[in-house]
Design a binder for this molecule. Structure first.
Ligand code: NAP
Ligand code: ZN
Ligand code: ZN
Length: 346
């Protein structure tokens, strides 16, 4: 099925209109009409080939929300009209220990990422949500609860699960002093999630002008990391820090804000950033990383968001504005997630 899309033809090139071929759903697959797709900073890193090995032409987009429009003959979980989402991966081997544990994002064989990747045959390129429809195996589709507005729910498929998963995995509990570093697409959802879990949340931001927004989003406190003395003045304050920053920065000053046995989790994926051993050693602190979340946990996150009224703050754009949206995201000029309205491509 010929399907309109937007693609980057080469690294760093502007995205342009492009046509892709979506397959008819196989027996276990569904066809989804895409209504909205969030713009994740990972889209920009990959279009700009900042992680290496990028494949072009690239159709980015892994915060996909829409409706099931066709189902394969053996599909049991979905029917036409269901409101669904697709996140950062569309398939995995299903046999390895990670897949069997429901942590498909850590599949020991190559994961089929939603774009800039291949299907499980290792050959067929995957194309993401900057397009009007997508064909996906029914086991890799999420249900978007009716309580969530569809456009504001789209970013939960990456920004939501990427921040929910480490908050849960590392056992953040009510009353815990938690720091969220970077108030962007991931960070602003993380504030809402951590608050909904009952944590005492402090935003650490290099943008002093975001203070009022941080408090409006529910943060209890705000630290501008541009203020002199902010690091020395807040040593050993947090039990858990989530670092969502997209640009290289020294990790040590943040780690030193952790209490003894505290954990800092990196989800931001910038280039190499400095790290010294003493910051960890001095208080038996731990530095960890976390990648997205599995299908089961992503569904749990969406249901949690519906119960607690958590969704993204968005600026909706027609796809024709995508290149400007990339520039603005890199400049920090978005409150707090661009979401493409795919009606603009129909
Ligand atoms: P984003 O909306 O651009 O937000 C990034 C935030 O980082 C900005 O809002 C800003 O917050 C801070 N920042 C940016 N430049 C900075 C600089 N030079 N110095 C200090 N802070 C700076 O990006 P996003 O979509 O939330 O993604 C954030 C990162 O997470 C990206 O690297 C992305 O690739 C990665 N990511 C990882 C996963 C995963 O599974 N691990 C999933 C999705 C995304 P302040 O203005 O508040 O300082
Ligand atoms: Zn993402
Ligand atoms: Zn696997």
């Amino acid at each position: 099925m010929k399907t309109p899309a937007y693609a980057a033809p080469a690294a760093r090139a502007p995205l342009v209109p492009f046509t892709i071929d979506r397959r008819e759903p196989g027996p276990h697959e569904v066809l989804i009409d895409i209504r909205y797709c969030g713009v994740c900073h990972s889209d920009i890193h990959q279009v700009r080939d900042e992680w290496g090995d990028a494949v072009f032409p690239m159709v980015p987009g892994h915060e996909i929300a829409g409706m099931v429009s066709r189902v394969g003959s053996a599909v049991t979980r979905w029917k036409v009209g269901d409101v669904v989402g697709v996140g950062v991966f569309v398939d995995s081997c299903r046999r390895c220990e990670a897949c069997r544990a429901g942590e498909e994002q850590y599949c020991e064989r190559p994961v089929s990422w939603t774009y800039n990747s291949t299907e499980q045959d290792g050959r067929t390129p995957t194309f993401g949500g900057y397009s009007t429809r997508i064909t996906v195996d029914e086991a890799y589709v999420l249900r978007i609860p009716a309580a969530l507005p569809l456009d504001r729910a789209a970013p939960l498929l990456c920004a939501g699960i990427t921040t929910y998963s480490p908050l849960r995995h590392f056992g953040v509990r009510a009353g815990d002093p938690v720091g969220i570093v970077g108030l962007g697409g991931l960070g602003h959802v993380a504030v809402r999630l951590a608050k909904a879990m009952g944590a005492h949340v402090t935003v650490l931001s290099h943008s002093p002008g975001k203070r009022a927004d941080a408090l409006r989003l529910g943060a209890d406190d705000f630290l501008a990391t541009t203020d002199a003395g902010v690091f020395d003045g807040n040593l050993k304050r947090f039990t858990f820090i989530l670092d969502t920053v997209s640009a290289a920065h020294a990790y040590d000053p943040y780690i030193e804000m952790l209490r003894r046995d505290g954990v800092m989790v990196l989800v931001g994926l910038p280039g190499p950033s400095p790290l010294g051993a003493p910051a960890l050693i001095n208080a038996r602190r731990r530095l960890a990383g976390s990648n997205n979340g599995g299908i089961r946990e992503t569904q749990e996150m969406l249901d949690f968001c519906a119960r607690h009224g958590v969704a993204a703050d968005i600026e909706k754009i027609p796809i024709q504005q995508i290149n400007d949206a990339y520039e603005r995201t890199v400049r920090g000029d978005v409150r707090y997630r661009f979401v493409i309205d795919l009606a603009s491509l129909a």
